[in-house]
Design a protein around this ligand. Structure first.
Ligand SMILES: NC(=O)c1ccc[n+]([C@@H]2O[C@H](COP(=O)([O-])OP(=O)(O)OC[C@H]3O[C@@H](n4cnc5c(N)ncnc54)[C@H](O)[C@@H]3O)[C@@H](O)[C@H]2O)c1
Length: 278
């Protein structure tokens, strides 16, 4: 076991399932104490019980600032400090054409996906600034960077997560607090299982379905995203702030299918002016 996080304390919102759970497990395995902040009581409590020492579950509705503040305070009262705040909880929220979008549902989606991140950054900064130390991570999505890959309001919230992360990164840099964003591609998790399988508990079915559409030969798993979050949270990323890190098999940065990977070009050529080849 690596020991990168011995003595560190983390709050992970959405920590009872999917990417959040994988990050809870990863941080805890490497020595951190973790506050699992989630709206789902049963899986949150059972994960905390399984991990034992250095793990507590706190029922947290991230759309409520007071709940997020309480999760941060729980880290300080139970474990003495807060080193890592992972604003990860999120929902797909309202789906469908823009002209039939319910504005009330849009407000709720914004509250869960964006207000939550603002609250998380605010209360993390409250306890991190005096210590002049900390890491704030948040989860965005390719939908926040590209059109047509997610629901409208979800996409808007995920773009805003990148915006506020970069803005807050600039404010908190002098306090030795790093602020970064992870951008998972399509991950096999309860969220995607609710879309591609028979429901959030049908992870095996989701895994099979997503194996067929994977960009990299195997489906992206929560642990792959957690590994990137752990890197950003670690001392190895000491000068990494204001960064948006896609963990998406190039879904955002390498969007095309390369003709050089298809066998169309059997050997390299060089093309100069007027299409003249060597
Ligand atoms: N799964 C993907 O393909 C994917 C891709 C890009 C981004 N993301 C983002 O990653 C994050 C985690 O997604 P996931 O795939 O692990 O989803 P998930 O549904 O498996 O897990 C999300 C967790 O957040 C919790 N949660 C939901 N509403 C909450 C609230 N109001 N308060 C507190 N907790 C709440 C859920 O109970 C759940 O445990 C989300 O922000 C999501 O938008 C996911």
């Amino acid at each position: 076991m690596d020991d990168r996080f011995i003595g560190r304390v983390a709050v992970i919102t959405g920590g009872a399932g999917g990417i959040g759970e994988a990050t809870v497990r990863g941080l805890h395995a490497e020595g951190a104490s973790v506050v699992i902040a989630d709206i789902q009581d049963a899986p949150g409590q059972s994960l905390a019980a399984e991990l034992g020492d250095r793990a507590v579950f706190l029922r947290t509705d991230v759309s409520q600032e007071s709940d997020v503040a309480a999760a941060v305070d729980a880290a300080v009262t139970r474990f003495g400090q807060l080193d890592i705040m992972f604003n990860n909880a999120g929902v797909m929220g309202t789906l469908g054409p823009i002209e039939t979008t319910s504005i009330d549902d849009a407000d709720l989606t914004i509250a869960i996906n964006l207000r939550s991140v603002i609250s998380g950054m605010k209360h993390a900064a409250r306890v991190m600034k005096p210590r002049r130390s900390g890491i704030i991570l948040s989860t965005s999505s390719p939908a926040g960077m590209l059109g047509g890959v997610g629901p409208h309001v979800y996409s808007a919230t995920k773009a805003a997560v990148i915006g506020i992360s970069n803005s807050v990164a600039a404010e908190l840099r002098p306090f030795n607090i790093r602020v970064n964003t992870v951008v998972p591609g399509a991950v096999v998790s309860p969220m995607t299982a609710s879309l591609v399988a028979d429901g959030p508990d049908h992870l095996e079915q989701a895994l099979q379905t997503m194996s067929g559409t994977s960009l990299m030969g195997r489906p992206l798993l929560p642990a792959d995203v957690a590994a990137a979050a752990l890197y950003l949270a670690s001392d190895a990323a000491a000068f990494v702030t204001g960064v948006t890190l896609p963990v998406d098999a190039g879904m955002t940065g390498a969007i095309g299918q390369s003709p050089f990977a298809t066998g169309k070009y059997e050997q390299s050529v060089t093309v100069f002016e007027a299409g003249r080849r060597t």
